[in-house]
Design a protein around this ligand. Structure first.
Ligand code: NIG
Ligand code: FE
Length: 454
């Protein structure tokens, strides 16, 4: 990843701190997981338009090494740095030039790694073919599986870098990345190794998820009860190898009528959890299938999609929201849009019921070929009727919680990792307002400027 030195910023390469000045607005998202009416509270710090560059009350952020050390009005931040024994002279300065500072965006649901593309399915869907119908005919996920099995580790890494670079340009600093286009052990291990390697390369943190149960592969399709036969194979033959490799942080299952049942999903997710992989699931994407209920029952970190949860599923998520292990509903509205489906996730109902919402890109070659998370925020505002502030919480603090990282990332608070995005618009409300525009000026990852718009 090219690292551009910012004018007026890092001068000697030895500065361990950054002061980010000149923002019109800082959306801190401080105060923890958002749910209910609170999802609409971004905790803003705003500058006085007449204040000028020397305004003591102008909001600034200070980072030291890889952490945020202070945020607030300039005079208070400077005092806090003094108290922390951090001499101001050691800080390089970045000018936000009247833009907005937010936490670095977090994409809590991606299928980053695959080979090939599936533009042909767009034509099939336009002609009326259903998503699961294309899959049953050996297309869909299975066509990506054929291409991915044939791809080398180096090819997967090159593909991953290409799309991570694009994500970075849209202000993303952490993503989750699923396997699931191998469906055999060697390819699944290769996908998880690639995800892990890309995260280690940086600058984006990549958290690998084992999605062994993404579909039933071709070689199991002629068995009696193929999904059950493949479930047993996953439990007995694949999971031990995935666990021994130790790269996967989470496990996921496509729990959906016609794919994997709640019972099969439960067995896979609990077995993976016993190896330390925290559960999350594709739940009720196309039809009420018991996915939301299962997510609540097993204490999954997140239940994803939820375009068509049952009433009982919504009740179960609402009940979990009131406990100390809430399930984050990670909605993927770009998928509904790209599938040309008419039924979006009941986001307003979920918010009214106190369920914390995240949104993710679902980046994948079939149902959501976009890595542009701000565009997904736009779709969330237009189709899920989220406010811009709710959408921002959904890609920052709530997405952090959906990844089990709510204490480390997702907000601009002293002590958290210094993952920050500086936008070329004066308010967070403009981020979803300009669809698919390149609005990012600068991205800072762990206290290091890693992207600067040319
Ligand atoms: O989240 N629904 C299952 N998995 C992906 C799509 C995968 C594909 O079609 O390649 C999703 O939409
Ligand atoms: Fe997905």
């Amino acid at each position: 990843m090219t690292l551009r030195v910012i004018e007026g910023g890092l001068t000697d390469g030895r500065s361990m701190g950054l002061l980010i000045l000149g923002a019109a607005e800082i959306a801190t998202l401080s105060g923890g997981l958002r749910a209910g009416a609170n999802q609409d509270q971004p905790e803003l710090l705003s500058s006085d338009p007449g204040g000028g560059p020397e305004d003591d009350a102008a909001p600034i952020v200070a980072t030291w090494e890889d952490r945020i050390v202070a945020v607030g009005p300039r005079a208070l931040v400077e005092r806090s740095l003094e108290a922390q024994d951090l001499p101001l002279a050691r800080f390089a300065r970045i000018d936000a030039e009247g833009g907005t500072i937010t936490p670095g965006l977090i994409d809590a649901h991606t299928h980053l790694l695959f080979a090939g593309s599936r533009e042909n399915e767009l034509r099939l869907r336009q002609a009326g073919a259903g998503y699961l119908e294309i899959l049953a005919a050996g297309g869909g996920i299975l066509s990506t599986v054929r291409a991915t099995r044939a791809a080398s580790l180096d090819e997967l890494l090159a593909h991953g870098r290409r799309w991570l670079e694009e994500m970075l340009s849209h202000g993303v600093t952490t993503i989750e990345a699923k396997s699931g286009y191998g469906l055999d052990l060697p390819t699944e291990l290769r996908l998880l190794e690639a995800a892990f390697t890309l995260g280690r390369e940086g600058p984006i943190d990549v958290l690998p998820t084992w999605l062994g149960a993404h579909a039933v592969p071709e070689e199991f399709r002629r068995r009696r009860d193929p999904a059950e036969a493949f479930t047993r194979h996953l439990l007995e033959e694949q999971l031990p190898g995935i666990a021994a490799q130790g790269r996967a942080r989470f496990a996921d299952v496509f729990c959906e009528d016609g794919v994997f049942t709640p019972d099969q999903s439960r067995r896979i997710l609990l077995a993976a959890e016993a190896f330390g992989m925290r559960p999350r699931l594709h739940a009720d994407e196309l039809a009420p299938s018991g996915g939301a209920e299962l997510a609540a029952e097993i204490g999954a970190l997140s239940a994803d999609h939820l375009a068509r949860p049952s009433d009982a599923g919504i009740d179960a998520l609402a009940a979990a929201a009131g406990t100390d292990r809430p399930v984050v509903a990670t909605l993927l509205p770009a998928t509904t849009w790209f599938l040309m489906a008419d039924h979006y996730a009941p986001a307003r109902t979920l918010i009214d019921r106190g369920v914390p919402l995240a949104i993710g890109s679902d980046f994948n070659p079939g149902t959501s070929p976009t890595a542009n998370l701000p565009l997904v925020m736009t779709v969330a505002c237009l189709q899920l009727k989220l406010t811009p502030a709710e959408a921002l919480a959904a890609v920052t603090i709530n997405a952090a919680h959906a990844l089990g990282l709510g204490d480390e990332i997702g907000s601009i608070e002293a002590g958290k990792l210094a993952d920050l995005t500086i936008w070329r618009v004066p308010s967070h409300t403009q981020i979803p307002y300009w669809p698919a525009a390149g609005l990012v000026r600068t991205v800072i990852k762990r206290g290091r400027p890693v992207y600067q718009r040319a």
